[in-house]
Write a protein that binds this ligand. Structure first.
Ligand code: ACO
Length: 427
C-alpha cells in the first residue's frame, strides 16, 4: 500500500494519507488540503472523488464486476429473491430461514398505504408522468408517518425503511392505475413482492388475476439487478439530502427526482424509444453514423457508462431475461432483433471499441418491461421501486457513520468580482 501522497504547492511540501479499502483503488485523503494549502480540488462530476466509505456494493468497471456485499450480481439474479437481496443490502448478510421469514413478514405488513394518501392522486392530471407523481407522493409520506421520521432513533429508521420498501410497489401501481382510469387495487399479502406488484398493476377488481410465473421471475430479476449501484447520481443525491438531517421520505423523494433524468434511470425509456424509432435492422447503420457524428447530439441510448468500461454484468443477465420472456411468452417483438443486431454492430465498431462503450443494463431492461406489458412511462418507476432498497441501505450506512457530516462541495468561482449596486433609474 502507498504510505502517503506528496503534494508540493507554492514550494511547500505536504503529505496526504492514502487509505485502502478491501478491494479497489486506494484513495488519497485530502480533507486537510484546504487548511494546509488554501486550495480546493476541482472535480466536476466527481470523476476522481470518493465521497464516503461504504461496505455495500463494489464495482470494478474495467472488469465488468458488480458485487452486493461481496456476492456477484449474476449469482444473486439467478439464485436469490428480491427480498433476500433487500435483506442482504440492508443488513450485510444473506438471511437465515428465520430471518427471511421475519423480514418478509415485516415488509408484507407495511404494503398498505394510509387511505388518505390515495386521495392525493386525484390532484394530479391523468396524463401526469408517473415519476412526477412518485416524487410528490413519496415526499408526502413524511406527512403521514410521523412515528418514523426521527432519524436519530435507530428503530424509527428501520420502520421507515420497511415502510418505503413495502409501499413503493403500492404507490407505483396506483400511479399507473390512475393514468389509465382504473380503480386502485389493495395489496394481496399472500403473494410474493413481485407478484403482488404485478397484480396491483395489471389486475382489476372484477376478476381474479393469475400471476404468470415467467413474468414473476423476470420481475424479480429486474428488481435484483437494479437494487444498488454504489455512489451513482441518485444514491449520492439521497446521501446529500440525508446529510442535512432530512427525513428518509424526503431523501428518497430526492433520489426519485434524480433517477428520472435520461442520463440515469430514464435511459431505459430512452433506449426503448430509440429501438422503436430504429424499427428495423436495416436502419441501424444510419443511427450508428449519427451516434458517431460529433455535430449530432444523438447518442446510442443504453450504451456507455460512467463506471463500466466493459460489458455491464447486469446487461448480460438482462439480455438472457429478455430472450426468455419473449420466447416463453411467444412474443415476436422486432425490437429485440434490432437490439441484438445493434449490439453486435456497435461492439465491432472502432468508435465504440476505442471509447469502451458497451451496452448497459438499460439496453435490454426496456425490452423486458415492454414485453411484460408496462408502458415506457413506468420503466423508471420500476427502477425506483428496486433502487429504493439501495438508497435506504446507503442512507442507513451514512446515518450510522461517525464521520458523517453535511455534504458541502466547494467551487471554483469565475463570476463577477465586487461591484456596487446601481439604482434602476440610473441603469
Ligand atoms: N453513444 C455515442 N457516443 C457516446 C455514448 C453513446 N451512448 N456515450 C458516450 N459517448 C462518447 C461521448 O460522446 C464522448 O466522446 P468524446 O470523448 O469524443 O467527447 C465519450 O464517449 C465519453 O462520453 P462521456 O459522456 O464523457 O462519458 P460519461 O462517463 O460522462 O457518460 C453516460 C456516461 C452519461 C452514461 C454516457 O455514456 C451516455 O450518455 N450514455 C447514453 C445514456 C445511457 O444509456 N445512460 C444510462 C446509464 S446507466 C444507468 O443509469 C443505470
Amino acid at each position: 500500500m502507498t504510505e502517503a501522497a506528496h503534494l508540493t504547492v507554492d514550494g511547500t511540501d505536504g503529505d496526504y494519507p492514502v487509505m485502502a479499502g478491501t478491494v479497489g483503488p486506494e484513495v488519497i485523503d485530502i480533507r486537510k488540503l484546504y487548511g494546509a494549502t488554501g486550495r480546493f480540488t476541482y472535480d466536476p462530476g466527481f470523476t476522481s472523488t470518493a465521497a464516503c466509505e461504504s461496505k455495500i456494493t463494489y464495482i470494478d468497471g474495467d472488469e465488468g464486476i458488480l458485487l452486493y456485499r461481496g456476492y456477484p450480481i449474476d449469482q444473486l439474479a439467478e439464485q436469490s429473491s428480491f427480498l433476500e437481496v433487500a435483506h442482504l443490502l440492508l443488513n450485510g448478510s444473506l438471511p437465515s430461514t428465520a430471518e427471511h421469514a421475519d423480514f418478509s413478514r415485516n415488509i408484507t405488513r407495511h404494503t398498505m398505504i394510509h387511505e388518505q394518501l390515495a386521495t392525493f392522486y386525484r390532484g394530479f392530471r391523468r396524463d401526469a408522468h408517473p415519476m412526477a407523481i412518485m416524487c410528490g407522493i413519496v415526499g408526502a409520506m413524511a406527512a403521514f408517518y410521523h412515528d418514523s421520521t426521527d432519524i436519530h432513533d435507530p428503530q424509527q429508521r428501520v420502520i421507515a425503511s420497511h415502510r418505503l420498501i413495502a409501499k413503493m410497489p403500492t404507490l407505483a401501481a396506483m400511479a399507473y392505475k390512475y393514468s389509465i382510469g382504473q380503480p386502485f387495487l389493495y395489496p394481496d399479502n399472500s403473494l410474493s413482492f413481485s407478484a403482488n406488484f404485478l397484480r396491483m398493476t395489471f389486475g382489476v377488481p372484477a376478476e381474479p388475476y393469475v400471476v404468470d410465473p415467467i413474468v414473476e421471475d423476470a420481475m424479480e430479476k429486474l428488481l435484483i439487478l437494479q437494487a444498488d449501484h454504489e455512489q451513482n447520481a441518485s444514491t449520492s443525491t439521497v446521501r446529500l439530502a440525508g446529510s442535512s438531517g432530512a427525513n428518509p421520505f424526503a431523501c428518497i423523494s430526492a433520489g426519485i427526482a434524480c433517477l428520472w433524468g435520461p442520463a440515469h434511470g430514464g435511459a431505459n425509456e430512452a433506449a426503448l424509444n430509440m429501438l422503436r424509432e430504429i424499427g428495423t435492422p436495416d436502419r441501424i447503420p444510419e443511427f450508428i453514423a449519427r451516434a458517431k457524428n460529433k455535430d449530432d447530439p444523438f447518442r446510442l441510448m443504453g450504451f456507455g457508462h460512467r463506471v463500466y468500461k466493459n460489458y455491464d454484468p447486469r446487461a448480460k443477465v438482462m439480455a438472457g431475461v429478455a430472450k426468455k420472456v419473449l420466447d416463453q411468452l411467444g412474443i415476436a417483438d422486432p425490437i429485440f432483433d434490432v437490439a441484438r443486431e445493434l449490439e453486435q454492430i456497435a461492439l465491432n465498431d472502432p468508435y465504440f471499441i476505442d471509447k469502451k462503450l458497451y451496452p448497459n443494463v438499460d439496453f435490454y431492461s426496456g425490452v423486458v418491461m415492454s414485453a411484460i406489458g408496462f408502458p415506457t412511462s413506468m420503466f423508471t418507476v420500476l427502477f425506483a421501486i428496486s433502487r429504493t432498497v439501495g438508497w435506504i441501505a446507503q442512507w442507513t450506512e451514512m446515518m450510522e457513520d461517525p464521520e458523517q457530516k453535511i455534504g458541502r462541495p466547494r467551487q471554483l468561482y469565475t463570476g463577477a468580482t465586487h461591484r456596487d449596486y446601481v439604482p434602476l433609474s440610473a441603469r
